[in-house]
Write a protein that binds this ligand. Structure first.
Ligand SMILES: [Zn+2]
Length: 74
C-alpha cells in the first residue's frame, strides 16, 4: 500500500472530519475508487496512533516471548 498526495477535490473520509483531503491511502491493485482520502490532521493522528499501537504490540510480543522462554527454561 502507499500514501500519495492527491489533487482531486475531496473530503477527508475519516469519521466526522470534514477537512479537505490532501492524501490518499491506496492499497495495491485497487483502483482510485478504493482509495481512502485523508487530511493532514487525520494522517498525522493515524501516524501517532499506529506507531503507539505497533510499539505496544511489539512490547507485548516481547513480554509473551520472554514468558514463554522462562517457561521452557525454568
Ligand atoms: Zn481528516
Amino acid at each position: 500500500m502507499e500514501i500519495i498526495n492527491q489533487k482531486q477535490k475531496s473530503r477527508c473520509e475519516l469519521g466526522v472530519c470534514k477537512n479537505r483531503a490532501e492524501f490518499a491511502i491506496r492499497a495495491k491493485r485497487l483502483g482510485a475508487r478504493n482509495e481512502i482520502h485523508i487530511c493532514k490532521d487525520c494522517l498525522s493522528a493515524l501516524n501517532k496512533q499506529s506507531s503507539k499501537i505497533l510499539k505496544n504490540k511489539a512490547n507485548n510480543e516481547k513480554t509473551i516471548k520472554k514468558a514463554q522462554d522462562e517457561k521452557t527454561t525454568g
